[in-house]
Design a protein around this ligand. Structure first.
Ligand SMILES: Cc1ncc(COP(=O)(O)O)c(C=O)c1O
Length: 929
């Protein structure tokens, strides 16, 4: 795949850090190719050019490799040595070996000595490459020692570096659980670059005096170093500088285990804020102690308590005298008919199937052992105070949280186009629901997210009507299906200024992976909650708040602008941070289908929520939760803690490559338009002014800027393609073109868009295949046009126009009928959705009205409030256009008529829409059910 950075450009900035791993791989391959050509060239001029190209590539690679353990600095010296002596044949051989060792990852299993270029050494790499290929094969086992790298920050000389590296190498033992190599850097900046570009780094030893500045131009650090004065840093004491570095490493990669090696005296260091260090070593601590401490720390993350217990259980001989004939494969091993299940799945899954909670296994309903531990580890990984596993998807996780926190008649502010589990959760809990409208994206038949102003306005309405004490929760989707992400901190901060104990439920079904990337993480609920909790406890905030309050108190509280036109700050004396997030772990991280988690950061959890949460959990959790799902959640957590940073990073890289091609390829641009930040987020919500993260000259530099500032941003790993210009609607494009012709699966479509989601398993190969398919389709559309007759062209033009211009505007939530509005006299919008829902259970309360024959419209014209008795959910877009108790508006009818989708839940075309009879509404208004 081509790379707009261009592997021949002699730049050293790491501002392209989003593509650094691709750049690294591509540059090594290009170097190998150049050398391959160079050794066969006779022509002097051509040779000179190639030598120059090799020089440039080696220079660039040397910078990148400075932050990696393999190839080592010594290896690089060897490469330069060969280059300077013009031993190009030998250099080509060494580079070939090196590339093979990198691809096969043989350096993770044993030391690769690049000075050996004999056939035996090459054979080893070939064997490793084969072993690597076999990894995808079910019979392979990956039980070898996992490999990682330890970063040492210390201003050492080259010789000292070698000594330290050697010392750690000598400590390796075959019985160690892991094997590691050492990367050394000499400055503060280099340490940060290293942890950004080298995902193998799992532990960091911060040693003695090191300067601040790197010798390289490090534009990639721009965002992370903001607010840090270089001069100030240079004058900081050793301990202070180390502590600052450790907190920055923590912010970027919190999973890294950090150790401080200090020459200062014990008391001074211990009196400082050293919470980010696992342990402090004093100068005299020997390497053996450090070595074992590092291995233990890594093992702490690598452990999978429940998966281990399940594997242990599966090895134990047991007699089964309880339910579940399939456990230990008993009902199928001797079956004459069902043995194919074992053929397909293998025996282990059945050995691990049991209905027993004994034998070292735990009970999800009352965890005390490995499940409890696994959940505690999940809390560590996701930055929550408590985490809970859920084996029936986020659909269930959402209902658990709502039931745990919301009593009948509590008011909940809910994003109207949220997942249907929330609407059903509201019915179950008996909440009074105030729906919030997201901003519409009419051109693409989809919604964005709910503007903060709209949320504040609604809260203010409740405040002014004296109902604020009844408002319990704000429920939003972060990020949306289409990738619109909130500024979670800001939303919580400003809402807490109006209602200091408001509970937040962030549906992060699509956002579990975000925890493992430093740009995404601040926009996750758990990170934002922790940040706000720390902020409100600080003296700086108390001062900031006092100044803000003094100014705020001068303003007119009855003027909406006072509340809506400026940022609000909560009172640190009264504010409570109460935040919940639900993750479909299975959607974005490793987990079997339905594996989900609930994460809690609630200061009042122990006092107020623990007991109801337990009951809610009991209400919705099966007494036979699936152990394989639980084990996969445990492994998924471990994987995310060990390599989440790398996987998410590669995912972002893959998505950015795809986007880059879609932005720039002329043929693709003719039919497909990839929606940019500015297409999905209107200008008023983009404080940074960033329209697109990509610039053909500057690369992807803009993303962090937008993510740091804007009210909404778009997750670039979700790629919405506008396909109106093909004349084919989203549903047909998905089924007839992508799936049937090319076996490409996608999930979401709108009338004129399709959504491609990348994930942590997306490879560069998959991206290349998708691009290839899109190019083939674009060519076929060219052909279709060329070969069409005039009438056929008219049809195509008509289809294109219908998909690009004639789009029905998305309807807002109309209102609940007064019969279902408990606070109608106060004028607040909430509705008793549960009452409406159950009213429809009695047949005589409802009737069907058709809108295709004008029946329903006539009733409306005659002045009747026509009120839906059910949810009506068209797929796509997949959110309820109508909920029970909602008055049907003209806009909604128009939207339903214009929809050309086949699947509308809650609507029977032969009967029409189910609505309440006027008598039922009257009786309800008068208080009868
Ligand atoms: C925003 C949102 N929340 C919750 C869910 C339900 O998640 P699960 O499939 O894990 O039950 C979905 C499913 O697509 C979703 O999009």
């Amino acid at each position: 795949m081509s790379d707009t950075i261009g592997t021949d450009t002699p730049y050293t900035a790491l501002g392209f850090y989003h593509k650094i791993s691709q750049l690294r791989a591509d540059t090594w391959n290009a170097l190998k190719r150049d050398l391959g050509k160079l050794i066969h060239l006779k022509d002097d001029a051509q040779s000179r050019n190639l030598v120059k190209a090799v020089d440039i590539k080696l220079t660039r690679l040397e910078i990148i490799e400075d932050y990696h353990a393999f190839p080592s600095k010594e290896d690089f010296r060897h490469l330069w040595h060969l280059f300077n002596r013009q031993e190009y044949s030998l250099l080509e051989k060494v580079v070939k070996r090196l590339v093979r060792a990198m691809i096969s990852e043989s350096y993770r299993r044993r030391q690769v000595d690049l000075s050996e270029t004999d056939a035996d050494a090459e054979d080893l790499e070939t064997l490793d490459a084969l072993a690597q290929l076999r990894r995808g094969h079910p019979t392979s086992n990956s039980s070898s020692q996992p490999y990682f790298e330890v970063l040492i920050v210390d201003a050492m000389s080259l010789q000292e570096e070698e000594v330290v590296r050697e010392a750690f190498h000598n400590l390796r033992r075959p019985e160690d659980k892991f094997v590691y190599d050492v990367v050394t850097v000499r400055s503060f900046e280099d340490a940060l670059i290293a942890i950004l570009v080298n995902p193998n780094i799992q532990a960091c030893l911060i040693r003695y005096e090191f300067p601040y500045k790197s010798k390289y131009n490090l534009s990639a650090l721009r965002n992370y170093l903001e607010g840090i004065s270089e001069v100030e840093l240079e004058t900081k004491s050793e301990a202070e500088r180390s502590i600052l570095l450790s907190s920055m490493i923590r912010e970027i990669r919190p999973e890294i285990d950090q150790f401080l090696v200090t020459s200062g005296d014990v008391e001074v260091t211990a009196s400082r804020d050293i919470r980010h260090f696992n342990r402090i070593f004093y100068r005299e601590t020997d390497y053996i102690e450090q070595h074992h401490t590092i291995l233990r720390a890594i093992d702490n993350r690598f452990r999978t308590p429940f998966f281990d217990a399940l594997r242990e259980y599966s090895r134990k001989p047991t007699g089964v005298f309880h339910a579940m004939p399939i456990s230990r494969g008993k009902s199928i091993t001797r079956s004459h008919w069902a043995g194919q299940m074992i053929d397909f799945y293998g025996i282990n899954i059945f050995l691990a199937e049991t209905s027993a909670t004994s034998g070292g296994l735990d009970s999800l309903l009352q965890p005390y052992g490995p499940i409890k531990k696994a959940q505690e580890y999940a809390a560590r990984a996701f930055g929550s105070r408590q985490s809970f596993f859920v084996t029936n998807g986020t659909s269930t996780a959402n209902k658990i949280v709502v039931q745990a926190l919301v009593k009948p008649r509590d008011i909940v502010l809910v994003d109207r186009d949220c997942h249907k589990s929330h609407h059903y959760g509201m019915v179950l809990s008996g909440a009074h629901v105030a729906y919030l409208d997201s901003y519409p994206l009419n051109d693409y038949s989809m919604y964005g997210a709910v503007p903060l102003r709209e949320i504040k306005k609604t809260l203010l309405e409740y405040k002014r009507s004296g109902q604020l004490d009844k408002v319990k929760m704000l429920l939003l989707t972060n990020c949306t299906f289409d990738g619109v992400v909130y500024n979670v901190r800001r939303v919580m901060e400003e809402c807490l200024a109006i209602k200091p104990d408001l509970v937040f439920l962030w549906d992060e079904a699509w956002f579990a992976f975000a925890t493992f990337n430093p740009t995404y993480r601040p926009r996750t609920a758990m990170h934002a909650a922790r940040h706000l909790r720390d902020r409100y406890r600080s003296e700086e905030y108390a001062a900031e708040y006092a100044a803000w309050k003094e100014e705020f108190d001068q303003l007119d509280p009855d003027d909406d602008a006072t509340w809506l036109d400026r940022p609000l700050m909560p009172d640190p004396e009264t504010v409570r941070v109460r935040t919940y997030a639900t993750h479909s772990t299975h959607k974005t991280l490793t987990s079997l289908r339905q594996g989900s988690m609930i994460h809690v950061y609630d200061q009042d959890y122990r006092q107020k929520v623990e007991a109801p949460f337990h009951e809610a959990y009991m209400t919705h959790t099966s007494t036979s939760p699936n152990y394989q799902i639980l084990a996969s959640l445990d492994v998924g957590r471990m994987q995310a803690e060990m390599e989440g940073f790398e996987l998410v990073h590669s995912q972002v890289e893959a998505a950015l490559s795809l986007r880059e091609q879609l932005y720039t390829n002329p043929l693709l641009k003719k039919y497909f338009e990839v929606l940019k930040n500015s297409d999905l987020v209107p200008a008023e919500f983009r404080q940074s002014g960033v329209e697109t993260y990509y610039d053909p000259n500057a690369g992807w530099n803009k993303m962090e800027e937008a993510w740091a500032q804007d009210e909404f941003v778009v997750d670039p790993t979700r790629i919405t393609l506008s396909i109106g210009k093909t004349g084919i609607d989203g549903d047909a494009f998905k089924n007839d073109y992508l799936m049937n012709q090319y076996g490409i699966q996608i999930n979401k479509t709108s009338r004129n868009t399709v959504l491609f989601m990348t994930n942590i398993g997306t490879t560069r190969g998959a991206i290349a295949y998708l691009l290839d398919v899109l190019i083939k389709l674009a060519k076929s559309f060219d052909r279709r046009w060329e070969e069409s007759s005039r009438p056929e062209r008219k049809i195509i033009e008509h289809q294109v126009k219908s998909l690009t211009h004639d789009l029905p505007p998305l309807p807002d939530f109309s209102r609940f009928h007064d019969a279902f509005r408990p606070h109608v006299e106060a004028g607040t919008p909430d509705g008793d959705i549960r009452r409406a829902y159950f009213l429809s259970y009695d047949e005589e309360n409802t009737e069907y009205l058709r809108f295709d024959n004008g029946e329903l419209q006539r009733a409306m014209v005659a002045g009747r409030d026509v009120v839906s008795a059910s949810f009506v959910i068209p797929y796509p877009p997949g959110f309820p256009v109508l909920v029970p108790g909602q008055v049907i508006s003209e806009e909604i009818l128009y939207f339903l008529q214009a929809l050309d989708v086949k699947e509308i839940h809650g609507y029977r075309p032969e009967l029409g829409l189910i609505v309440f009879t006027e008598e039922a509404l009257l009786a309800t208004s008068e208080g009868a059910d």
